[in-house]
Ligand binder design. Sequence first.
Ligand SMILES: O=C(O)CCC(=O)C(=O)O
Length: 270
Amino acid sequence: MTATSPGLTDRAPLADADVDAFERDGYIRLKNVLDPGLLREREPEITTKVLELNTVHAPMAERTTTQKAFLQVGNLWKHSQAAHDLVFSRRLARIAASLLQVDSVRLYADQALYKEPSGGITPWHADQYYWPLSTDRTCTVWIPLQDTPLDMGPLSFARGSHRFEFGRDLKISDESERALQEALQREDFPIDEAPYDLGDVSFHLGWTFHRAGRNTGTEPRRVMTVIYMDADIRVGPLVRPEQQNDLDVLMPGATLGDVPDTPLNPVLYP
Ligand SMILES: O=C(O)CCC(=O)C(=O)O
């Protein structure tokens, strides 16, 4: 994919081959989707908000595995115009709709995921474990806010694992890391780990298994994510307490069987 004028609202060229690759692999890396200057401009405000809203202050050694993996702050678009710009980027949302092969996408949630220097691994997991949604038409765009070399812990993917059903009942944990590492290796899924340049993004499906390594560098790995869902998706089934929590917090007022058309889930494209 070659982006010619990488703003936030204009159309990014996406080839049919990109859509096919996403469907086949469960994820796609796209080069030069966003203008590096535009990201550099917004990063300081997003970082300030993440640090202000972050609730994890324990020393690294005393944190849980997930807390070591990243500082996680959601609903940033409500607090920061810079985050709002990325979340409401029609350029990104249109790519999401095209990759999901749906007419329209709405916001499920946004999250900043900051892996601090000496931060731990992000264990293997699939996001849809947490989501009370009726279909698999969901995806996340992972937007690094700096160049992300391998020693910072970029996101990596098990190619084709969106069709692998083992491990879908595992929350992100030491156990998911151990069990999925073993299962993905046994089944010979190719693991795709690569650095991201500023402006590159990746999209992955809700059921694609992914992980990230430790941040052994000296700078925080600053990343913004936006989770999209088919605008016609419905709530349900609710099979885990985590899904009830997501429903209450991320789609307030929606109930089983509803299209989650709540103020927190605006249509982002078209
Ligand atoms: O950034 C990370 O380390 C994990 C990201 C992730 O799991 C996601 O975006 O779904």
